[in-house]
Each structure stands twice: as C-alpha cells, then as structure tokens.
Design a protein around this ligand. Structure first.
Ligand SMILES: *Cc1c(COP(=O)(O)O)cnc(C)c1O
Length: 339
C-alpha cells in the first residue's frame, strides 16, 4: 500500500460520502434549479454570516473570480510573496483581471498591517497602479500551513477601511485554521469582503470550492464564473459531497494536525535534517543539509512506499489528511526513526 503525503488533495471519497452523493436531488444549476447546490450555498453563506455563496469547480476559479469582482484592469493587489494567487494560479491575476501584485516580504506567508499600509500607492499619484485589494491566505500553503494571528487581521481590516480597499481571504485551508484556533466562520465573515474555501482539501471531497460575500460585491459572481467556463449543470452530486463533508469531516481535522506534529517531532531528531518548520496544522516543511541528502531521503522513503513532495533548495513537504490512517502513521513513524 502506498502512503501518499504529497498533498491533502489526494483523498478519495469514502463509501458514506459516495452514498450521500448518489442520493442527491439534482437539477440544472445554470438555471439555479439544483436544490442540493442551493442547499450547500445557503448553508455556507449562513455559516459565514454572508448574504451569498457560489459553488465553484476549483479554488483557483473562486479566487480568480474574487480578484475580478474587486478590481479593474491596471489595478494592484497587495499579497504575500508566497501567495497562492500569485504563485500557483498560472498567472491568472494578470491573465483574467489585468492586475499586478505588490508582493509583501512576510513571514511564512503572513504579513503585518504596517506592511500593508506602506505598500498602498497614493490614489492621486496617477503614475503608479491604483491599489484596490488586499488578499490574505489562511492557512498559508507555501508558508507550511501557518495560522494567522486574528488580531493582526483586524488591524489589516482597519487599514483597508481607511484606504477604501477590498479584503479577500484565500481560505482553501481555513477549515484547518478554524479547527486549530477555535475562531468561528462568522468571525471571518465579519472581517473579509470575500472568502473562498475548498471542500477538496482537508474535508475530503473530490471537487469543489465556495466563494462567499455580501450581495453587493457578489452581484456579478455568477456572470464571471460563466465567463471563466464554470457554469455547471447537475452538480448536486458534487454539492452533496460538500454537505456531507461539512457535517462529518471538520471536527476530525485536529487529528491530522496531531499526526503532523508527531511526524515533525521525529524529523527534528534525524541527523540529516537541518531544520523543521513550526507545525501549526497539517503541513510539515523540513530541510535536508543539501540537495544530495534531499534526493536520498525522498527516494529512501519511496522504497518504503511513502510519497512526499520536493519543494526545491533542499526542502521537503508532507501533508497529513483524511486517508492517512493511524496504522499508516505508526508505520511511517517507525520508518522515519530508522532513516
Ligand atoms: C489548493 C489551494 C487553492 C485552490 O486550488 P485548486 O486546486 O484550484 O482547488 C487556493 N489557495 C490555496 C492556498 C490552496 O492551497
């Protein structure tokens, strides 16, 4: 059996989730007639205390729609140098919305309100791009699953209010942050204008993301989704997986976090490992002494049927998830101790 810790996106739907999917009542969602999609959208809107939620095929499309809703071509978005919207969405911010990113040099993908303040271009100085949007990510992907300090987010909101900027949250793994910090979706709904969340990461759905916001900002969300090619038909089957996951797979996320911390604990003691980054949630990023050691470590794990990701420059990453069982965990802890 292969233990796949490359990402939390590798999970396969369980029998119970598949049963929930098979029983879904469906209709044509382009006509807003799929009652399971409608149920999922209103559940998530209510969860965040927002007026509207829209189902998307991917987190990328949800984020790209949010950027489009907040900006006009030529505008600028402030985000971290590690941001998924900048690094891993195929250049979509410039392709779809014609905007540039002003990258902040944050810590593990997180930055301060002061850094935001300093990055805002004066709106009457017409030589520079007009700053329009600030985008955060929680947890941070490239930052190793780090959770934001909620007090700093509140300060960033205040800066956005002063300068009339929109505030978007890429919450692909917000569920992990919520499980760890005990903040609520409503806490986030009150602060952010738009929030994207993934159902296909820690929650274990085969597909699906949701964008939430109030009616004014979300007015054109369905139009933009259509333009991006994301208008879908009888997708209640997929929405049913989302409803099932929200009811059954949120509380257990802390188990993934516990396993990640235990793996980090063993990695720290290995002589060939030079650094293990702090583990807040389900992602462990660690460094080997050099690229030669990195290659050796990864291929040794492969011979033991364990797959992890290389991040370049001697860094490796492993991500715990729903399909990583207690049995696999005990086996991997044993394997790591003998490396
Ligand atoms: C996975 C992820 C997304 C969305 O990815 P898709 O593969 O398009 O669903 C967005 N932001 C972050 C931080 C992610 O980790």
């Amino acid at each position: 059996m292969i233990i796949d810790l490359r990402s939390d996106t590798v999970t396969k739907p369980t029998k119970e989730m598949l049963e929930a999917m098979m029983q879904a009542k469906v209709g044509d969602d382009v006509y807003a007639e799929d009652e399971t999609v409608n149920a999922l959208e209103s559940k998530v809107a209510k969860l965040f205390g927002k007026q509207k939620a829209v189902f998307f095929p991917s987190g990328t499309m949800a984020n790209q729609t949010a950027i489009k809703l907040h900006t006009n071509p030529g505008d600028q978005v402030i985000c971290d140098k590690y941001a998924h919207i900048y690094n891993y969405e195929g250049g979509g911010a410039s392709f779809n919305s014609g905007v540039s990113c002003n990258l902040l040099d944050g810590h593990r993908g997180m930055f301060t309100a002061q850094q935001v303040e300093e990055a805002i271009n004066p709106p009457d100085f017409y030589h520079s791009p007009l700053t329009r949007l600030v985008a955060l990510e929680n947890t941070t992907n490239k930052g190793g699953g780090a959770c934001w300090d909620f007090k700093e987010i509140l300060k960033i909101r205040a800066v956005c209010d002063t300068h009339h900027l929109g505030l978007h949250l890429d919450g692909a793994r917000l569920w992990n942050a919520l499980a760890e910090t005990k903040e609520t979706p409503q806490d986030y709904g009150r602060i952010f204008d738009t929030i994207s969340v993934c159902l296909s990461k820690g929650l274990g759905c085969p597909v699906g993301s949701i964008l939430v916001g109030d009616a004014d900002i979300m007015k054109n969300a369905i139009r933009i989704r259509k333009v991006f090619g994301g208008g879908m038909r009888q997708i209640g089957y997929l929405a049913a997986a989302g409803l099932y996951a929200l009811d059954n797979n949120r509380e257990r996320l802390v188990e993934d976090h516990k396993k990640a911390k235990e793996l980090a604990g063993v990695l720290k003691d290995l002589p060939q490992v030079s650094n293990v980054e702090k583990v807040d949630t389900n992602i462990v990023i660690f460094s080997l002494k050099n690229e030669e050691e990195e290659r050796k470590f990864k291929s040794k794990l492969n011979t033991k049927n364990v797959q992890i990701s290389a991040m370049g420059k001697g860094k490796l990453r492993l991500v715990t998830h729903l399909d990583y069982t207690n049995e696999q965990h005990d086996y991997l802890l044993r394997v790591l101790r003998t490396m």
